[in-house]
Design a protein around this ligand. Structure first.
Ligand code: ZN
Ligand code: ZN
Ligand code: ZN
Length: 168
């Protein structure tokens, strides 16, 4: 991707939400997509564990993550996940959405960590939302399918998953 101002190559620094032009110092923020995710035109070097397409560098609500433009799942570290849940829940307006029950079939799924290629822990998430989360304790990564973060952040505060045994 090149700078629209001077044509120079844009660079994406770790942790940042904008691409920067080294020549004229223009910052370029990709437009958020329908999920509110800013997707950079830069492969993260890891593949989606569900559909095997290359994951792209992306950011959401100021936090960097990796995003699959095909299935719209996201890979993010545990700290970013915890921070995002707090940020989004704090900004939430309107009433919580009625939670969907957990789908026990999701627990049987085999998801391979995109980084270390070991099988991820697939388990009920301890927080609200009734989701089944895939986690790699070695790499400290969570895989979230499309809408799982939304389910966590729009669920009523008091509704915790009684089946959960693991709190990230
Ligand atoms: Zn430039
Ligand atoms: Zn995918
Ligand atoms: Zn891993």
């Amino acid at each position: 991707m090149n700078c629209r101002n001077c044509g120079g190559a844009l660079r994406l620094n770790a942790g940042e939400e904008a691409l920067v032009c080294d020549f004229c110092h223009t910052l370029v923020y990709p437009e958020p997509n329908e999920d509110g995710v800013r997707v950079f035109e830069a492969g993260a070097g890891e593949d989606c564990p569900v559909c095997r397409r290359p994951l792209m560098h992306a950011s959401y609500q100021g936090k960097r993550l990796e995003y699959c433009t095909n299935c719209r799942g996201m890979l993010l570290d545990l700290d970013a996940f915890g921070a995002l849940v707090q940020i989004i829940r704090a900004r939430r307006d309107g009433l919580p959405e009625p939670p969907r029950p957990m789908d026990p079939k999701e627990l049987d799924r085999v998801v391979e960590c995109p980084r270390c290629h070991q099988r991820m822990d697939t388990h009920p998430y301890a927080g609200p939302g009734n989701i089944v989360i895939d986690n790699c304790p070695e790499c400290r990564l969570n895989w979230l399918d499309h809408n799982e973060l939304r389910r966590v952040t729009t669920a009523p505060d008091t509704q915790l998953n009684p089946d959960a045994w693991f709190a990230p």
